[in-house]
Design a protein around this ligand. Sequence first.
Ligand code: MG
Length: 318
Amino acid sequence: MTAEDDDQAEPSPRQRKIIHVDMDAFYASVEQRDNPDLRGKPIAVGGSRERGVVAAASYEARKFGVRSAMPSVTAKRQCPDLIFVKPRFEVYKEISRHIRTIFAEHTEIIEPLSLDEAYLDVTENIQGIPVATEIATMIRAKILSETALTASAGVSYNKFLAKLASDHRKPNGQFVVTPRMGPSFVQDLPVGKFHGIGPATSAKMNGLGIFTGMDMRNQTLEFMTANFGKAGTYYYWISRGIDDRPVRANRIRKSVGAETTFFPGSRRLRCAGRGAAAADRQGLASLREHGLAGPDGDTQGEVFRFRVDHPQQVCRYH
Ligand SMILES: [Mg+2]
């Protein structure tokens, strides 16, 4: 190969090894751990008031269709025996710090998505363990022994697939998506299950005849960008199992990535930094999609989680 060929070659990053760790029904599990009376019962962490929103539901509650971000009134209707528990964010934050110290035994490249979820790049890892699955097993075992809480993990060669994989054997399980499995793993997935595709985008895709990963893969890049802008490029590639986004350490300090507590009616999203307007729009669109913000941007919910995919921005609520 000549130097010129080399220059023109597509960048081919070395195959990454990424683990997505996700605590199981985190807030609800913490409450059940700390209060034996709540164990085995359908509980929702969040406000029970008229405008309250479920922040987390126990697995017993999920059987009734109770989900996070669901209005509390709807949840109560779905599950009349539902027990509402007030969130204790300080406790959750402390556990979150604890599990991060467990992650840090293996890698410094940790990207928290929220208090209970993080991507880890273990391509090179501190203990020199060659098999990422083994690292995931060790992390989950240590989390369980030190916090009495279970976590699930997904292992793959990119972030998108690792995140999908962590859902695959939930709760208290793990799953690996190998490079050979990647594209087929995505093809049958309904678009609404893609991380980053909310109800509004999902509806728009359905309107265009795109229901699954396979449908998305059948579109051209031009079609995807014409209809979905910059995000269209991302969708185009992930539908092929390709996602080159690196795991970004310290991202949590730079972008919105955590649960945020809102007080009804008074808070607005404001982002500063490069592309702030776009992030504002994305954040607001995200809130609106979940019925948590009015047209003026005032939020209506209590607890909500979302992320803004622009790590260079600083976002906060006020
Ligand atoms: Mg979780």
